[in-house]
Design a protein around this ligand. Sequence first.
Ligand code: ADP
Ligand code: MG
Length: 482
Amino acid sequence: MHGIWEEFLTIVKQEAGSHIVETWFKAVSFEQWEARTNTAVLMMPNIFVSNWIQKHYITLIKTHLSRLLHTTSIKIFFTCKNDNDSYKHTIRPASLIPNKSFIALEKSDISLVKSTQSAPLTTIEKKSTSLTQLPRKTTRLETTKLNERYTFNTFVVGPTNELAHAAAITVSHNIGKVYNPLFIYGGTGLGKTHLLHAIGNELKSTNPEATICYATSDTFVNEFINAIKSDKTRNFREKYQKVDLLLLDDIQFFSHKEQTQETFFHIFDALHGRQKQVVFSSDTLPQNILGLQGRLQSRLQCGLVADVQMPTLEMKIAILKKKAQAQGLTLEHDILRSIAEQPAKSIRELEGYLMRLAAFSAISHQPINIDTIKKIIVNTHQQRPQTITIDAIIKSVARHFNIAIADIKSKQRTKQIVLCRQIACYLMKKHTPHSLQAIGETLGGKDHTTIIHALTKIEKLIHQDQILADKIELIQKHFYQN
Ligand code: ADP
Ligand code: MG
């Protein structure tokens, strides 16, 4: 059996690529072969892998195993190592053999495979995020708030992000138990941050008591530097070590930050050891992050590594539809399609087009139609800067609040100027790739602490003060009109 399985893996490697073997088949074993009934039993490391393999590779398995085993009507049974673990199958009872969580996959059972396709993730019990295991009393963490708009409901799933999405949902319902850590990687503006927040929001809704911490790696690094300065590294470590779920965004920023990596390594091990969940995002694979300690690199990839890629046209249309609806816009399919067909390197860029159109339509009182799209997007591809600069942000904020650009860049501390500076700071962090230090330098030589304080304050105000939130939204729309 071992030899046959090895042969099978070689074929999968040739047909689907070695990364598929590494991610999905490495931990699977060929447990049993019963020639009399033509039945092969495959042992899966967990139900998530089991569902994924059934959904994506069942034909591959059937075709090649039956050939290797010289049979034409092979039956495959899937079983899981952790059947008796805390998370259990809830696969349709008809497919269960009494006392054994085997899933029969015969020809007549193909419908079962299909039916699990639409909701493969419900097969892991939601309740398994045991409330008793998480602390009842939580201490509020002073980290960035979760963005309530970034949920699984508002996330469009398709072939380019299916694995990351499936893993994210599974993890949010099985904190610390399925894949720990989960590592989501992909280019900028493709939904990583959205998924991280969605995991947090999902856990928050199923277990409001859970301690959830979302932090960008940038914030983490700066907070650590400040902890060193104020001799509070112990508090810093304790704060992160006591969470149930740590969502660390853009981990590539840990590159060459040796001391941070050292401290984080211990935090990670403490969390992992206590089955607390860690989710990372990055713009590259763990092994491609330069200046990262080998041992941290191996920690990052010891769970599941899943990517997000540029969506298909259908997904782009669906995303734009959701984004338009969120802004109260109803756009015809043709219009959405036409926007989706515009060249863009990320979803963020596509969203930018939509905002630009919405702003144009609101200001000019013209409907959004093919002509407007031509005028606003197509004809301006070359002319308009695709990236928003720090200067453009300062200019926009100054114009909107009617103060001088020089005042925003100055050290003046009047209330209005401070607020404008903080808004500029928030928008710079959101729309540009500049570091907190670079942002601080353009805003009158502010240090990290001041910038982090500004970001936290504006994020808090956006949740509390709708008028200010609308103003900030409007400024962002105007970026695209300059
Ligand atoms: P990243 O962190 O990968 O740079 P974000 O998560 O910030 O990207 O996503 C950029 C924008 O695109 C966000 O507004 C997000 O809501 C949106 N977005 C990305 N992927 C999807 C998706 N699959 N469905 C809906 N919105 C998406
Ligand atoms: Mg992001």
